[in-house]
Every structure is written in structure tokens, then in C-alpha cells.
Design a binder for this molecule. Structure first.
Ligand code: APR
Length: 243
């Protein structure tokens, strides 16, 4: 249960930032990356989530993303996603930054979502750079082709690729300016996302972590809450609603 200081800090916060990772979607049934049954335990990221892998075998990479899309599609947002969307509605200055590509924050009602690593429901033409939604399940063609005849890639950030500078600028500005930050369900080992809580802390924010285990940032946050995000956020919601 969050301590009274955390609850009061959240109740009085004026500029809130939430950073999420795969752990926020775990209770919806979305596999995480580094957990016991994480994707990187069963698949080699270097064979599936790099530009070189896509160059080498776009069909294999797309078969893996098609499989992930089919897993994610029927899944619903959980209490954690819905709490974050409710918090956004009740906070005048609010930024959600997510590393997730599953789209469950938007499905759970979040409006202003900074997607650091892109979105599995969007594609990008490798020739024109055009980005658009592609919701076919399963994909009609693997790999899918653009109208211009070129191949389409998932609109996600792969290992070794840089993040969109505009997206990063939004994230950096938000964490530098916030007075309260919650870091939920991330192993905090992938950069630049892993450094965002440190920047918030350096700029005077009160930072809370929610995770089922300790992470490399647990020692620097103001409160590290160990437990499932959906459960903790559900309790926190009732606390700040005053009942
Ligand atoms: N509630 C809270 N935290 C949870 C839960 C839960 N129910 N289940 C798992 N976690 C925590 C795990 O303890 C772990 O710290 O969520 C974290 C998930 O870590 P990762 O699997 O490493 O996912 P993430 O931190 O989002 O990875 C960052 O790495 O592979 C890339 O691009 C990929 O965006 C991803 C990035």
C-alpha cells in the first residue's frame, strides 16, 4: 500500500508524468520481454527486433509481429490502464509515456500517450516513410506491401534504432517539468526510457515505482511499491477518491 506521503503528493500534484513498461499490460495477458516467460527468453531479439533482421528476413520478422498482434488483439486493458486514463482526466497537466507498443493504454481511455517505441498496429513504408494503421488480423500478405509496391515495416523502434526526436523531446520536457512521476512495470534497463525517472528526480519531482520486483532505479525513487500494478493502482485510486 502506498504511504501517506505518496498519496498526498499525488493528490496535490500539478504536473504528473506516468512512465509504463510491459508490466502494466502483464495482467491483461500480454507477455513481457524479460520475465520468466518473457519474449526474450523464447525468442532472440537480434533475429526479430533489429533492422538487420528485417533486412535479412522480413517474412520471419513479420510472422513474429503477426503472432504478437493476434495474441494482443482480443486482450482488454486492466485496472492499471483504466486508473491511468482516469488520472489523466482528473489532472490538468498530465503526460503518459509508454514503452509499450500494444495500444492498450488507448483502448483503456488514455488520450495523450507518448509512445517511445511506436505502435504494433501501425506500419511504415520503407520507401516513402508514410505511416498508417494496419489492423488486418491475420495480415493478408506477409510481408505486407504499400500501395507504391514497397514493403511495409512495423512502426516500432527496433534495437539499434534511434527514437523519434520529437517523441523524445516531449518525454524529456515532461519529466523535467513534472512534480510527480510514477514508473510502472518496467525493468528500466532499456535507454533512453530508463533514464527518465532519474531526470525527473534531478529536477525535483517526487518519484514512485510500482513493480513486482526491485529494479535498478528502486534505490533512487522516493517510494518503491512492490506488487502487481493493477492491484496497487486499484487501491491508490480508492485512496485518492477518499473512500
Ligand atoms: N505489475 C507490475 N510490474 C510487473 C508486472 C505486474 N503485474 N508483471 C511484470 N512486471 C515488471 C517486471 O518485474 C519487469 O520489471 O515489469 C517489468 C517488465 O520488464 P521488461 O519485460 O523488460 O519490459 P520493459 O521494461 O517494458 O522493456 C523495455 O525493452 O525489449 C524492449 O522495446 C522493448 O519496450 C520494451 C523495452
Amino acid at each position: 500500500m502506498p504511504n501517506i506521503l505518496t498519496i498526498n503528493k499525488l493528490k496535490n500534484a500539478k504536473r504528473v508524468v506516468i512512465l509504463t513498461g510491459a508490466g502494466i499490460s502483464a495482467e491483461s495477458g500480454v507477455p513481457t520481454f524479460r520475465g520468466e516467460d518473457g519474449l526474450w527468453r523464447n525468442y532472440n531479439p537480434h533475429e526479430l527486433a533489429t533492422p538487420e533482421a528485417f533486412e535479412r528476413d522480413p517474412r520471419l520478422v513479420w510472422e513474429w509481429y503477426n503472432w504478437r498482434r493476434e495474441i494482443i488483439h482480443p486482450l482488454e486493458p486492466n485496472k492499471g490502464h483504466r486508473f491511468i486514463a482516469e488520472l489523466e482526466r482528473n489532472t490538468s497537466c498530465f503526460t503518459l509515456i509508454t514503452q509499450n507498443v500494444d495500444g492498450l493504454h488507448q483502448k483503456g481511455g488514455s488520450k495523450n500517450c507518448v509512445e517511445l517505441h511506436g505502435n504494433i498496429w501501425r506500419v511504415r513504408c520503407v520507401k516513402e516513410g508514410r505511416v498508417f494503421g494496419l489492423l488486418d488480423l491475420p495480415l493478408k500478405d506477409i510481408p505486407p506491401l504499400c500501395g507504391c509496391g514497397s514493403i511495409l515495416r512495423p512502426d516500432v523502434v527496433w534495437f539499434g534504432e534511434s527514437l523519434d526526436p520529437e517523441v523524445m523531446s516531449k518525454a524529456y520536457n515532461a519529466v523535467r517539468d513534472c512534480d510527480f512521476m510514477m514508473v510502472i512495470g518496467t525493468s528500466a534497463v532499456v535507454q533512453p526510457a530508463g533514464s527518465l525517472p532519474l531526470i525527473a528526480k534531478e529536477n525535483g519531482a517526487y518519484v514512485v515505482e510500482i513493480n513486482i520486483e526491485k529494479t535498478p532505479i528502486s534505490g533512487i525513487v522516493d517510494e518503491s511499491l512492490i506488487g502487481k500494478a493493477g492491484e496497487i493502482l486499484g487501491k491508490l485510486y480508492h485512496e485518492i477518491q477518499g473512500h
